[in-house]
Design a protein around this ligand. Sequence first.
Ligand SMILES: *Cc1c(COP(=O)(O)O)cnc(C)c1O
Length: 352
Amino acid sequence: MSKFLSDRLSELKAYKPGEQPRDEKFIKLNTNESPYPPSKGVIEAINSTEVEDLRLYSDPTCKDLRSVLAEYLEVKFNNIICGNGSDEILSFIYIAFCDKQTGVCYPEITYGFYPVLSNLYGIEAMEIPLKSDFSINADDYCNVGRTIIIANPNAPTGICLSLDEIEKIIKTNSRNIVVIDEAYVDFGGVSAIELIKKYENLIVVQTFSKSRSLAGGRLGFAVANERIIEDLETVRNSINPYNVNRLTLVAGKASIENQSYYDSNCHRIILIRKSTVDMLKKLGFEITDSKANFIFVRHNKISGSAIYEQLKQRGILVRHFDKPSINDYVRITIGTEEEMAKLVIELKELLT
Ligand SMILES: *Cc1c(COP(=O)(O)O)cnc(C)c1O
């Protein structure tokens, strides 16, 4: 730390991304990327004309992308804002809708970026424990009088709340914003997007990083009523009006136009998730009911950190969280059939 760092930030603990090794010697099951490449349409969209046009700024309104997204999601153009990853959208939401008086609220076990943002923006956070089976008790979130953020499916458990439970939370917090982070919704969840027509306090956040194979393109978006989007646009235009680059804009648009390719990838991942769960259960693993492109597992014969370390020695990266309540667990991204077969072989070996 330099002597110049603002006092406000002296205690800041930044988000720790999962390992991103530069070489390819690992089977990478640690950051929930897609094992499949972007669609042909996406690859063709990033052509030399687009690259030459990089001398020009990108469209600050993301018009073409928002138009195809609006049609696909059956909402209006003005119900959508795009961001440089959904992490940026979350940041805009914190700036626009979280203040010191009301504070925020989210599950005690959830996406690690929420506490980082609370810290960065100086927002007091209430962290609500999960039930013993790691599910969220929706009643805990009724009438809390704070900005609420819920990942649905939750991370790193993969467990979903039903749309009815989500609606109850939105309805009982009508004076506050409720953010539903649907990063993993395409792998078996149900989106709350249709509820934006009924509730003015709802923001649904989604990303192209997981189900759309564009983690490196950095693209996320939020859907909400147009006054909310207007506020978020004001924040966005005050920080970075060209926040989505030209190549990502055309890639994102092409990805929506190639919907059936992504639907079939998600379908494949759901099937591989199911077969992986079946195989690991036979090896004695306990596994949460994940509706995401990862599974969250533990074994009573070996600690979470040992699974992580020993898989790494065997060339497989998974994610371990150094947090007492989930110390025994590792989170494993669903990869290809071949990658998961290798994982199962290695796990079987290290258990004997
Ligand atoms: C991956 C993830 C995000 C962030 O994705 P971006 O790459 O920034 O779009 C947001 N929320 C959750 C719960 C995630 O797992």
